[in-house]
Design a protein. Structure first.
Length: 139
């Protein structure tokens, strides 16, 4: 399913493709964590239409799954070998029951139940203050 994430001055849109389960012709449940799209979260229900090109496009959120989305950006990798800071992030956030989608080694999306979201946000704020990464609340 496609989410419009940015419309340029010339009207050209940027799209993010996310996995979803179709519930009907007009509804779907998001089963992936948005890395670029705002206003939706893992397991939210969305309204969909089929575009003129045949793609399924989300038009609006219908139901809130009570999860929150955070995005983490790591600074440029200066180490040797592959950049796996996302893996350490997953290990450290494991006690909070988070889900992760590594969009790129420097950008990771995190989903967490509302009940743990405040604790995760506090943990991420500490990491940002220490200079490990930057983060934002995205959902």
């Amino acid at each position: 399913m496609w989410f419009g994430v940015d419309v340029a001055d010339d009207g050209e849109a940027t799209w993010e493709g996310l996995n979803a389960i179709r519930l009907s012709d007009a509804r779907a449940t998001l089963v992936s964590i948005p890395a670029l799209a705002y206003g939706v979260n893992l397991r939210d229900e969305v309204e969909v239409v089929v575009s003129a090109e045949g793609g399924v496009v989300a038009t609006r959120r219908l139901g809130d799954a009570r999860t929150r989305t955070f995005r983490v950006w790591f600074p440029e990798w200066a180490g040797s070998g592959s950049d796996e800071r996302w893996l350490q992030l997953q290990i450290e956030l494991e006690p909070f029951g988070c889900w992760f989608d590594v969009y790129a080694p420097r950008l990771t999306s995190i989903a967490v139940e509302d009940s743990s979201a405040h604790s995760v946000e506090d943990w991420l704020a500490d990491g940002e203050r220490s200079g490990r990464f930057e983060f934002e609340t995205a959902g």
